[in-house]
Design a protein around this ligand. Structure first.
Ligand code: NAG
Ligand code: NAG
Ligand code: NAG
Ligand code: NAG
Ligand code: NAG
Ligand code: NAG
Ligand code: NAG
Ligand code: NAG
Ligand code: NAG
Ligand code: NAG
Ligand code: NAG
Ligand code: NAG
Length: 765
């Protein structure tokens, strides 16, 4: 279900934290009482069945159990009423700094519990049925708590005082990563209807698609204020009577719902937050939405709305957050948009909007984030548009159609963290001078903006916070500055340096530190591939230095950067033999060393690159036999070793072991013998080139049956699912041949090769 990593975060997440304070505040906790002996013993029993590697429960000793971490007692009677074992700041913590183990049944002795938070831990087994016995329980948070077996016990339906039930089972961080948790099954939702005090219900990430009738039980909850059903596989019911008319917050995102906006929404007149993103909602934005006076945030992104941009939204004077991105809204941006004086976030990214940007844009003095990218707008944004935008921190105008016209003396009123202006006209030929004031930049993209010349002297001084820098596809020359990205925690950012397709020249003295994606391809860089001096934090995952003038050997140094996933050094003047230690790059997914003058035998250590999916070695001077160890490369999809001096019989083991091979190019080597019948087992094969070898015999008849052969012309695409640790999740999406680039919110390696329509054994023999 997670395959759509193109998803964006739900803003409601932030409001979740606000609600927490609200719901927590009705309970008075104090530690100024002596705790009850039996309750202390129960707590100690709970501690005993938990593995607490990181001493999160180190305070759990002595008699004053009301002072223990996470424990709260009633101020008069000293009963334990609160147990908060939530793991703090989970997304900065992939070292499993959590509590792990069984949840002891002794917990049920804490009969007065009103607040129980076990979230973000790793408890084993099922959600215990006895949780249903806490008759005073008001707050229950089991989000990401580990319980993943069995079903959610219907006993929870006994919690008649429950106000908050959070079973959310995925986590969003940095607006772009979704970490799913193993979740228990919800086999029936009827028990929910007896939670008569419930104000907050979050089942996001749990598959309840089997319950066509999720609505009825939820509709028995007239006090409901927050309903989060993101990524649950639900559909919307059509005509129903809505009971929960006090609802403040509704999240139906990520359900791929194909519907118009349901009419029953019109009765939710207290709505403050509405998230319908990542569905297939279509049709008109109904007029009643324009009457929701309290609406502060509305997210309709990633849907199929194809009308003109609704000006009724301009009636929503409370609106703070408006996201219409990734729809098909067309026509002009309504001129009365300027009525939304509270707007802080406006995202119109990737629609079909046309016409000029209304001058009222300049009225949004609270605006922090503005994204107009990917539209067909016309006209010029000038200094006057920005005069009042003192709070602006994110500005994305890439591919918007807009031109920028700022004088070189302009001092902007804002301090941007993100400025994305890829393909905007009227930016070059000089580097925009006003940028020298923008010393807080984290993301800067000026790719394809006709900038020429060298980088200005002040350029490095604006980079002290940079995480993403893209100046690709310009004509910038001169020496490449030595970049060092600063990030506390590079694991959680796709730190990227993209200077490809420019005219940078001279040597590259070092790899930048804390950068994951490095693309310097298609420049005039020369000298040796830099050494890694061991003092810097090299976090490189993608290294693309192709299409330059690098010379020398591939140094053993490179083997000391085990984070590398994609290595592209093709089209340079590299020579010498491949170091044996390359086999240490055990995470390598793709390696392209083609079009160099590398010599010698292929090191047998290559066989330990078991994750390798793509191997391009063509047009070098490799000689000798293919090492037999390559039969271990079971993940290999592309093997391109043409134009070398490789000898020996055509390796039959390719057919035997490399069953995922789709592209096999052995062209122009010195292979001998017959086409092995084993190749008939290569069911995925789409391209085979054995031309210009010393092959004898005929094409095995079985080749007529190979099922993988391309029927449509085009590129081959395939996804590589890559798991880091147990939870972090990414998708590397490949297309074969050419440059690795970073696009949007996921890493996309785009490679293009012309494929033959069908099997082509060109010039056999
Ligand atoms: C439940 O816990 C999660 C993770 O600790 C937290 O993000 C969420 O805000 C909590 N839910 C509520 C309603 O407090
Ligand atoms: C919490 O304390 C306040 C005064 O500090 C009091 O008015 C309120 O009734 C108490 N609530 C509970 C649930 O004891
Ligand atoms: C804590 O208890 C002590 C003794 O019972 C009392 O003197 C003190 O005022 C209490 N403090 C608070 C903050 O209630
Ligand atoms: C709690 O709910 C379960 C299942 O719904 C039921 O069997 C049980 O009798 C209930 N217990 C109490 C104490 O109400
Ligand atoms: C949905 O129902 C089908 C058939 O009854 C069952 O096989 C499947 O496991 C159910 N899925 C979930 C998530 O409950
Ligand atoms: C609305 O809620 C009340 C109280 O829970 C319930 O009795 C009634 O059946 C509900 N109406 C619908 C249509 O579900
Ligand atoms: C909405 O409210 C109106 C009047 O308050 C009522 O007549 C109508 O049935 C309600 N519609 C829904 C779908 O709840
Ligand atoms: C939505 O449903 C309509 C009609 O059933 C169908 O034509 C359309 O392809 C669907 N859209 C999506 C994105 O599934
Ligand atoms: C928007 O507001 C205007 C004037 O305040 C009003 O005439 C119009 O009916 C409103 N539109 C909607 C859809 O509520
Ligand atoms: C840019 O602004 C200057 C001075 O304000 C003006 O003379 C020029 O015509 C503008 N250029 C464009 C393309 O709008
Ligand atoms: C390397 O990383 C560590 C820990 O993340 C950090 O303390 C140190 O400053 C970093 N060094 C450099 C040169 O960035
Ligand atoms: C790379 O090598 C291939 C195969 O010899 C050749 O066709 C191609 O032109 C070369 N590319 C460049 C840019 O030299």
């Amino acid at each position: 279900m997670l395959s759509n990593s193109n998803m964006k975060t739900t803003f409601l997440f932030i409001f979740t934290f606000l609600s927490l304070q609200r719901f927590g505040s009705s309970i008075n906790f104090t530690s100024n009482v002596t705790c009850i002996v039996t309750e202390r013993q129960s707590l100690l029993a709970i501690k005993r069945t938990i593995t607490d590697k990181h001493n999160l429960l180190s305070t759990w000793s002595g008699v004053e159990c009301c002072e223990w971490h996470g424990v709260g007692c009633d101020s008069r009677k000293g009963q334990v009423v609160k147990l908060d074992l939530r793991r703090p700041v989970p997304w900065e913590d992939f070292n499993k700094k959590w509590l792990e183990g069984e949840l002891s049944p002794s917990l049920q002795n804490l009969k007065h519990l009103r607040y129980l938070d076990l979230s973000m831990n790793n408890f084993y087994g099922k959600i215990p049925e006895f949780l249903g016995s806490f008759e005073h329980l008001e707050y229950l948070n089991l989000s990401g708590s580990g319980f993943s077996e069995g079903v959610v016990p219907h006993h929870l339906g006994n919690l008649s005082r429950l106000q908050v039930l959070d079973l959310r089972s995925f986590l969003t961080f940095n607006d772009r990563y979704y970490v799913p948790f193993f979740a228990p099954i919800v086999d029936d939702l009827r028990w929910v209807s007896s939670l008569s005090s419930l104000m907050y219900l979050d089942l996001s990430g749990i598959d309840i698609s089997n319950h066509t009738d999720w609505f009825h039980p939820v509709n028995m909850l007239p006090s409901l204020l927050t309903l989060n059903l993101a990524w649950t596989g639900i559909n919307v019911p059509s005509t129903q009577f809505v009971n929960f008319t006090s609802l403040n917050s509704l999240d139906l995102s990520m359900n791929f719902i194909n519907s118009t906006i349901p009419l029953w929404l019109s009765n939710l007149t207290s709505l403050m937050h509405l998230d319908l993103s990542i569905n297939s909602f279509h049709g008109n934005i109904p007029g009643f939405i324009g009457t929701f006076n309290s609406l502060a945030s509305i997210d309709l992104s990633y849907n199929s709305f194809d009308t003109s941009m609704p000006d009724l939204l301009c009636n929503l004077s409370s609106l703070v957050h408006l996201d219409l991105s990734y729809n098909i809204f067309s026509g002009p941006v309504p001129s009365n948009l300027g009525l939304l004086l509270r707007l802080e976030y406006l995202n119109l990214r990737y629609n079909h909007l046309t016409g000029p940007i209304p001058a009222s844009l300049g009225l949004f003095s609270k605006l922090k984030k503005l994204d107009l990218s990917g539209n067909s707008l016309v006209g010029v944004l000038s200094e006057t548009h920005f005069t009042n935008l003192k709070n602006l921190i994110h500005l994305d105008l890439s591919l918007s159609g807009l031109a920028l016209n700022f004088s070189s003396r302009w001092i902007p009123p804002f301090l941007l963290q993100k400025f994305i202006a890829s393909s905007c006209s009227n930016i070059g030929p000089y580097f925009p001078n006003w940028l020298h004031t923008q010393t807080h930049l984290q993301w800067l993209d000026l790719s394809n903006t006709s900038i020429r010349g060298t980088l200005p002297e002040w350029f490095e001084s604006i980079l002290s916070h940079i995480l993403y820098l893209d100046l690709s596809n310009n004509q910038i020359g001169g020496k490449m500055p030595l970049f060092h990205f600063n990030t506390k925690d590079p694991i959680f950012y796709d730190t990227s340096l993209k200077m490809n397709s420019n005219k940078f020249e001279g040597p590259l003295t070092a790899f930048p530190s804390n950068v994951k994606l490095l693309d310097l391809s298609d420049n005039l860089l020369s000298g040796e591939v830099p050494q890694t001096d061991g003092t810097m934090n090299l976090t490189l995952e993608t290294v693309n230095l192709s299409k330059n003038r690098f010379t020398g050997n591939i140094l053993e140094d490179l083997c000391k950067v085990p984070s590398i996933l994609v290595l592209d050094l093709s089209q340079n003047n590299l020579f010498g033999v491949l170091p044996e230690c390359l086999g240490n790059l055990s995470s390598l997914l793709a390696m392209d060393l083609s079009n160099n003058t590398l010599t010698g035998l292929l090191p047998s250590s290559l066989g330990s690159l078991t994750e390798l999916t793509t191997l391009h070695l063509h047009n070098n001077r490799f000689e000798g036999n293919l090492p037999l160890s390559l039969q271990n490369l079971m993940s290999l999809v592309t093997m391109d070793i043409g134009y070398n001096f490789l000898v020996g019989e055509i390796p039959f083991w390719i057919g035997e072991n490399l069953s995922r091979i789709r592209i096999l190019n052995l062209q122009s080597n010195k292979f001998t013998g017959k086409i092995p019948l084993h190749f008939c087992q290569l069911n995925a094969l789409q391209y085979l080139n054995l031309a210009q070898n010393n092959i004898i015999g005929t094409i095995p008849p079985c080749f007529a049956n190979l099922s993988g052969m391309i029927t449509n012309e085009g590129n081959i695409r395939y996804n590589i699912h890559y798991y880091k640790g147990t939870t972090a999740y990414r998708i590397y999406n490949y297309e074969e041949n050419i440059v690795a680039s970073m696009k949007g919110i996921q890493l996309v390696y785009t490679k293009t090769i012309k494929f033959y329509k069908s099997l082509d054994i060109v010039g056999l023999g």
